[in-house]
Design a protein around this ligand. Structure first.
Ligand SMILES: [Zn+2]
Length: 311
């Protein structure tokens, strides 16, 4: 599932290439035909991400809310920014960077959990492929959404209500206010911190990878009840999430190891297995103490941690 950094990068793509433009909206799949008709012909005026959700505003006051969920993705064609923030490191496996395709430019870009070249040719606008829930088209750029968990048109009041349900996002909330909201939400409950970090009403944008890595970086036992986590640790968690999210938006990768230089940094950019402390490393030796990393199913999701360092 795309974590917060991916959704911020997608919102950035819309800010760069759709905001200020008149949009032709349609639902090739038909399922969203009524919603698309409400947006069709209007100018996009804002694009922002809050956690894992994206909100696109139009000049008739309506918003499009999109949550990609597990399977959703946006395909861009025409004029788009291959790397939404300008950094262009390579990825040897081609799994999260289109810059690794060797070509200076790809015709179509798919943005989801990873960023990859999407199928299709150079014709503009391309024929919609598969079940496209909504197509947003300008004179120069087209974005096709498929497979989202949520895709709906909202009024400003409804947008406010939707955002109010979400925990703070370090790139949206003011740093201090966000930190206070996070601390209050964690300290009032006996729910384990490993679950709280995944709860989008506690903090926005953290998914399975960032959860495991943040807990390891804090050397924190995932099972410890929120209210038993020392306040300074909770504050440090918030600051660390802020830091990792910014790096994620910048690099397009969930880079969670600090202090990597030269070849090690390049390897980390290129390979998922070289950039995480514990995520997806079941049975492999902890990079700090050598103890095999443990994987445990918690609320149906895989939780990775070091049983020695995180006690
Ligand atoms: Zn360890």
């Amino acid at each position: 599932m795309p974590e917060g950094h991916s959704v911020h990068r997608i919102a950035r793509q819309f800010a760069l290439h759709f905001v200020g433009k008149r949009i032709t909206a349609s639902s090739p799949q038909v399922r969203f035909a009524a919603g698309a008709a409400e947006l069709n012909g209007h100018v996009m005026t804002d694009a922002k991400a809050v956690g894992k959700q994206m909100f696109l505003e139009f000049d008739n006051g309506l918003w499009l809310r999109v949550h990609l969920g597990m399977y959703g993705a946006w395909d861009f064609a025409g004029d788009f920014t291959a790397d939404a923030v300008g950094a262009a490191p390579t990825d040897s496996r081609g799994e999260d960077s289109i810059t690794s395709m060797g070509a200076p430019r790809v015709a179509r870009l798919r943005m989801s959990e990873q960023e990859t070249a999407a199928p299709g040719g150079d014709v503009f606008p391309p024929e919609p492929i598969g079940a496209v829930r909504v197509r947003l088209l300008t004179d120069n750029t087209v974005a096709d959404l498929r497979g989202p968990t949520a895709c709906e048109v909202l009024t400003p009041d409804q947008v406010q209500a939707a955002i109010a349900k979400l925990g703070p996002d370090p790139l949206i909330d003011s740093p201090k206010a966000g930190e206070e909201r996070f601390v209050a939400a964690v300290k009032k409950t006996s729910t384990p911190i490993g679950l709280l970090l995944m709860d989008q009403s506690v903090v926005s944008g953290i998914g399975n990878v960032y959860r495991a890595e943040l807990l390891f970086r804090a050397r924190l036992d995932p099972h410890r009840p929120g209210r038993d986590v020392p306040e300074e640790t909770v504050r440090a968690l918030w600051k660390d999430w802020t830091k990792l999210l910014k790096i994620g938006v910048q690099t397009g990768r969930m880079m969670t190891m600090d202090g990597l230089r030269g070849k090690k940094y390049e390897a980390a950019l290129a390979n998922r297995e070289d950039r995480h402390w514990v995520y997806h490393r079941t049975g492999e030796p902890c990079r700090v103490c050598g103890t095999p990393i443990v994987m445990e199913l918690v609320a149906g999701r895989k939780l990775y941690y070091c049983p020695k360092d995180q006690t």
